[in-house]
Design a protein around this ligand. Structure first.
Ligand code: 5RP
Length: 219
């Protein structure tokens, strides 16, 4: 199976966690896009979605799924999203699609985070995928210097402005052995909006697309 077929398989497998009558948290990226296609088959049964990006919002609306403002919703039953890396403790690196801040917000109000990935995303130690950090534009150089002090090699993601009007630094050269600690340290740097480490709020369920089928891993 191709990587996209594996992504499609997990996107559709996540549908079984969607409860009729609920508002569903929806992530961003090519795997989440498959989930949105699947969700459209249930659009008459759900109230709608809270989206983590403008791209996903457009797709949801185009498929006739109502999109709610996050401020209108107290809590979500589930949040379904992909990841760039996931370790064996359900910690994730996210933000390859620059949507990390809204993804973290929507994940924060969800009771259950269902992470949908193909098997290439599973790692022993996070950090081979450069860690995205969303930064207020005027703080870019300062934050980059602070990230170097933490052992990373930040790279400015050219020509990318997030949905929130900020920029992204992708941090190379990190072997993230203590994800919770690093998440906290990076979040404390002035000018950082969000780090794409999802350790304090990791996944509760990982659906992993493998050549043998979809594996379910629960925390
Ligand atoms: C976007 C994300 C995505 O979930 C992550 O990049 C995975 O993307 P894909 O499903 O396309 O492989 O965090 O900000």
């Amino acid at each position: 199976m191709t990587q996209d077929e594996l992504k499609k398989a997990v996107g559709w497998a996540a549908l079984k966690y969607v409860k009729p009558g609920t508002i569903v948290g929806v992530g961003t990226g090519s795997t989440a896009a498959h989930f949105i296609d699947a969700l459209a088959t249930m659009k008459g049964q759900i109230e709608g979605a809270v989206s983590s990006s403008e791209v996903s919002t457009q797709k949801l609306k185009a498929l006739g799924i109502p999109v709610f403002d996050c401020n209108e919703v107290d809590s979500l039953d589930i949040y379904v999203d992909g990841a760039d890396e996931v370790d064996h403790h359900m910690n994730m690196i996210k933000g390859g699609g620059a949507a990390l801040t809204r993804e973290k917000i929507v994940a924060a109000i969800a009771k259950t985070f269902v992470c949908i990935v193909d098997q290439s995303k599973q790692v022993d130690v996070l950090g081979n995928f450069p860690l995205p950090v969303e930064v207020i534009p005027m703080a870019r150089s300062y934050v980059a210097r602070e990230l170097v002090k933490l052992g990373g090699m930040p790279e400015y993601r050219q020509n990318v402005v997030t949905d929130n009007g900020n920029v992204i630094l992708d941090v190379h050269n990190l072997a993230i052995v203590n994800p919770q600690e690093l998440e906290q340290k990076i979040n404390q740097i002035a000018g950082v909006v969000t780090v794409g480490l999802f350790a304090h709020r990791g996944a509760d369920i990982v659906l992993m697309g493998t050549s043998e089928g979809v594996k379910t891993i629960e925390a």
